[in-house]
Design a protein around this ligand. Structure first.
Ligand SMILES: Nc1ncnc2c1ncn2[C@@H]1O[C@H](COP(=O)(O)OP(=O)(O)OP(=O)(O)O)[C@@H](O)[C@H]1O
Ligand SMILES: [Mg+2]
Length: 169
């Protein structure tokens, strides 16, 4: 498990960029955290890391899914906040993207029933006005490799945000 603390939206974008650089088509990233915690902001960074203009990334709360073409493949950004039951979420057809795109899902706990076993889970918590705590954990071999590389990439203090003491769990 990896923990980060960011103190601005810009720092969160920087953290996301590291993740976007490491993700490859078939990576699934499950985001959780309350309204306004910074899920979409993190996705802007993930997009930037994939060579997509972060300014193009906006909340898909109404359209539910947005697709972007990056330098290393497709980014699919989904937000299932507005969907109330498992059936509606299944109807979105997210599974179709799991093998061909980097898939990032906001409010992913609602989509738990269809997440692939191998995924990176990131939860975000408020920690004062502009501070957010990120807890990153991996399930499965592919995601564990990504988190291990994220650990290495952010080991230097110059990464532009604060990595909290490692927690090995
Ligand atoms: N450290 C920080 N990281 C991310 N966002 C921050 C931070 N500090 C302040 N903010 C602000 O918090 C807001 C986060 O909004 P964002 O849309 O990313 O949240 P969200 O989790 O996607 O919300 P929703 O649940 O409505 O989709 C933005 O206005 C951003 O500028
Ligand atoms: Mg959002």
């Amino acid at each position: 498990m990896l923990k980060f603390l960011t103190s601005s939206a810009e720092e969160t974008i920087r953290l996301g960029r590291h993740i976007g650089c490491l993700a490859v088509p078939s990576s699934v990233i499950a985001l959780s955290g309350n309204l306004g915690s910074g899920k979409t902001t993190l996705v802007k960074g993930i997009a930037a890391g994939m060579g997509i203009d972060a300014a193009r990334v906006n909340s898909p709360s109404f359209v539910l899914i947005r697709e972007y073409r990056g330098k290393k493949g497709k980014l699919v950004h989904a937000d299932v906040y507005r969907l109330d039951n498992a059936g509606q979420i299944t109807f979105l057809g997210l599974e179709e993207y799991f093998n061909s795109a980097v898939v990032v899902i906001e409010w992913a706990k609602k989509a738990r029933h269809l997440l692939p076993e191998d995924h990176v889970a990131i939860s975000i918590a408020f920690s004062g006005k502009d501070h957010r705590r990120f807890t990153v954990s991996a399930q499965g071999r592919h995601s564990s490799a990504i988190v291990a590389r994220l650990r290495a990439a952010t080991a230097r203090p110059k990464s532009g945000f604060y990595r909290e003491k490692d927690i090995h769990a």
